[in-house]
Design a protein around this ligand. Sequence first.
Ligand code: ADP
Ligand code: 5GP
Length: 208
Amino acid sequence: MEKKGLLIVISGFSGAGKGTIVKKLVERYGYSLSVSCTTRAPRPGEVDGREYHFKTVEEFENLIDYNGFIEYAQYVEHYYGTPRAFVEQEMAKGHNVILEIEVQGAMNIKNQYPEAPLLFVSAPSAEVLQERLRGRGSEDEATVKKRMQRAIVESESMDVYDYIVINDDLEECVEQVHSIIEAEASKTCHCAGFIEEIKKELKEIGKE
Ligand code: ADP
Ligand code: 5GP
């Protein structure tokens, strides 16, 4: 039976562990991960097409004009957007697609795909969040401070999400996110095809 895949939005504070969780979900359960376009410069170690598709502002604005994004947002002076073609193709194949995006993008997705679950990942406390940002070693102290300041603003949007996921023990957290997605996929609204099919089969057998 053909079943359309789900869109799953994962947002959260920088340093909460989103990237780590998503990587494990993709490896373990084969979720599709949407690679966004951005106009920000690649960070050391980032590869074009793997972390992001890196674009000039002109290229990005052309893609906007051609309806190339299912959502896009400006975040800290740069554009970020979710390419439409990949997401639509994957969903049509029945694959569940994860979008790791910030809050404006999450709201935009909710408006277009009301059935898409929105998950917000947090560290268990502000202190642990700060430790993780420092421990990651990719930011200097001034950037850690900026990210902690941004977390204050982002915390104002937490209550619009469907799920708050507390990333304390990593393994438990990965399993929790997977369970949420499985439960979402079992919602009646995603099972119309199966319902029709089983009704038909029951009638066929009933005739015998
Ligand atoms: P984000 O993508 O949300 O910015 P990362 O996935 O880069 O966060 O994680 C930030 C840091 O915290 C990384 O060094 C990562 O290894 C670490 N980390 C992630 N989850 C946990 C966890 N449950 N316990 C301890 N450290 C974690
Ligand atoms: P970073 O520059 O640290 O990689 O990402 C900055 C923020 O942009 C993160 O919160 C990340 O989740 C978000 N982001 C990444 N891709 C997209 C996207 O396609 N759309 C939106 N709206 N946000 C994105």
